[in-house]
Write a protein that binds this ligand. Structure first.
Ligand code: BGC
Length: 387
């Protein structure tokens, strides 16, 4: 698939077919006419008897995304290397059972509030809300049963750029948050080898919201750790944290310290700096960078380059910040897809979002959503390769 002519030819030949129930999990795209079809297969049963489904989206170049409506999880995502060979670049499991047993949010949609809220408490319009404390002394990623562990309603949308629209109604009081929240998340596999994620939500009571996706990327195709991946972040400042990873409130310049990724730098170059207290708190990078941008514009946040395969991932977002997490808590106890074991720093997450603990820090951009307003954010992960 080196030539740029072939994808164009395939696009021209596409015939739209209706969603089928084929049970094959095969990743080969066999004929031109199947290129943009969305396949639906059973992914397994939840403890309450409901069935999770797995949808396979393909674009005309042969890129493939598998997404389940359980947690809106991206279970498989392929990207081309410098020779045009597609390989899976995300961590996860081959079956639902793995995700049900233990998953550090592999590929999942995270909400109602992605990242941490200090001590699981916040006050809104004079009322204090109490949330689950599920990460040291804090609330993390929406609580005990966050959006990553619920079944979403799925609507496949076939076309030149196939999409999966997921919706979920989070009830007033669910996980302690106020307001019935109607959420939709649409994943679109675009022609230029990108996966676009559009998030929208409305509420019937003032609430707080911070949605993100928690995919663990490894651009080598899970062949080795991510320490040689080179990262560029379009961010001159980051948010220092306390020992429980709650921002102190300071927006600290990255200049002159190990958080400076304004120029492409190997992730492993400074990750073990023994003198850096922030690195010590995170066990590596587990921090939020404040993006250089104008209010809510869709702009480039991050670029990752993997030198052995030539793969490149660019992240664009309308969000003001990005959590860069280097899989510090992976410890080899998880064996994922294809029997591959996941040791420490075997993947990186680039979670686009608002600042952690914003509900308790009034100087941070607001995360309050009120009735009558629509929450709307977009993030795009685009894949290419250096020839
Ligand atoms: C957090 C990490 C956490 C990981 C998995 C990241 O967003 O910042 O501290 O370990 O998610 O839960």
């Amino acid at each position: 698939m080196k030539s740029t002519f072939l994808p164009l030819l395939l696009a021209g030949l596409v015939i739209f077919q209706s969603c089928s129930n084929k049970s094959s999990e095969s990743s080969e795209s066999t004929t031109e006419t199947q290129a943009l079809k969305i396949e639906k297969t059973d992914f397994g049963k939840l403890p309450d008897g409901q069935t999770a489904e797995l949808y396979t989206l393909k674009n005309a170049n042969g890129m493939e995304a598998k997404i389940t409506n359980y947690g809106g999880i991206i279970t498989h995502l392929t990207a081309p290397d410098s020779s045009g060979v597609f390989d899976n670049v995300v961590l996860g499991y081959d079956s639902l059972a793995g995700y049900l047993k233990s998953s550090p949010y592999f590929g999942a949609l995270v909400g109602r509030y992605g990242n941490r809220i200090a001590k699981g408490k916040f006050t809104l319009d004079g009322k204090t809300y109490t949330l689950a404390v599920n990460n040291m002394v804090n609330h993390l990623h929406g609580g005990t049963v966050g959006f990553d562990k619920v079944l979403w309603k799925a609507e496949p949308i076939e076309g030149e750029e196939p999409a999966l629209k997921l919706s979920y109604v989070s009830k007033d009081g669910e996980e302690g948050y106020p307001g019935n929240l109607n959420v939709t998340v649409t994943y679109t596999l675009q022609k230029n080898n990108s996966i676009k994620i559009d998030y929208t939500a409305t509420t019937d009571k003032a609430t707080v919201i911070n949605l993100t996706n928690h995919t663990y990327f490894n651009l080598t195709g899970a062949k080795r750790d991510i320490l040689d991946h080179q990262l560029t972040l379009n961010a001159d400042r980051f948010l220092p944290v306390n020992e429980t990873l709650i921002p102190t409130g300071e927006l600290k310049p990255v200049a002159g310290n190990v958080f400076d990724f304004t120029k492409a730098t190997a992730i492993g170059a400074r990750i073990n700096d023994p003198k850096d207290q922030q690195i010590k708190y995170g066990g590596g990078y587990d921090h939020c960078w404040v993006l250089n941008k104008k209010d809510k514009e869709l702009s480039l946040a991050a670029t990752v380059y993997e030198p052995t395969t030539g793969r490149i991932m660019e992240v664009q977002t309308t969000e003001p910040a990005i959590q860069f997490y280097t899989g510090n808590f992976l410890d080899g106890s998880i064996t994922g897809k294809k029997g591959i074991n996941y040791p420490k720093r075997f993947a990186l997450c680039l979670e686009t979002e608002h600042y952690p603990d914003s509900p308790n820090q009034s100087a941070f951009p607001t995360v309050v959503l009120k009735p009558g307003e629509t929450y709307q954010t977009t993030t795009i992960y685009t894949f290419s390769a250096k020839k």
